[in-house]
Design a protein. Structure first.
Length: 193
């Protein structure tokens, strides 16, 4: 995995390079349709390794906002977070997430869990499995825990606050909406196409 190998060369926090992973919008908890991504804090000291790590960190910063939103709605924090999808195969990426969330993460053995979840629900619906809980207990297995490094978590807490503050400042100042308006006007401008 070339990206994580490169990202591992940069320090925690990427020397202040922060990536905003809003390719189409910002989802939970703010749901800003016009939010768009970018880099904040780039300087001459930043390398490809910093950029690679900042991308991973930025995705986890946004996911952390979702985790915190769900915890607020539920009224209690998650003890652990289960990771799925192709990224869950990477120990490095899983460690970055554990460090940013400040909680242990579990990587599922079957990383593509959407199909497994559909099979479980179908099996329960067809009567082949007694319940979702029993099916999950028998069919969902993890590779164990990855625990957060508290020193890394402390660094990430500070950068995560900057991430949230910058996003909210741009959203509240209508920067994202202004960009969307300009882009719409430029769609028919030959010089911009």
């Amino acid at each position: 995995d070339l990206i994580t190998l490169e990202a591992a060369k940069a320090p925690v926090g990427s020397h202040g390079l922060i990536f905003f992973p809003f390719f189409n919008s910002q989802a939970n908890p703010y749901f800003h349709d016009n939010a768009r991504g970018g880099m904040l804090g780039i300087t001459q000291i930043h390398t490809r390794a910093h950029a690679a790590r900042a991308v991973l960190e930025g995705v986890a910063y946004e996911l952390r906002m979702s985790v915190e939103s769900m915890e607020t709605a539920m009224g209690e924090p998650f003890e652990t977070i289960r990771l799925s999808g192709g990224g869950a195969n990477s120990v490095f990426w899983s460690q970055v997430q554990a460090d940013i969330y400040g909680r242990p993460v579990e990587r599922l053995i079957v990383s593509e869990c959407a199909a497994l979840g559909a099979a479980i629900l179908g099996g329960v619906g067809a009567g082949a499995l007694p319940s979702v809980d029993v099916a999950v207990d028998n069919m969902v297995h993890t590779r164990g825990f990855i625990y957060p490094n508290e020193d890394n978590h402390a660094v990430y807490n500070e950068y995560h606050e900057v991430f949230k503050k910058a996003f909210l400042a741009w959203a509240n100042a209508d920067v994202y909406n202004d960009l969307a308006d300009v882009n719409a006007r430029m769609a028919d401008n030959p010089a911009a196409n």
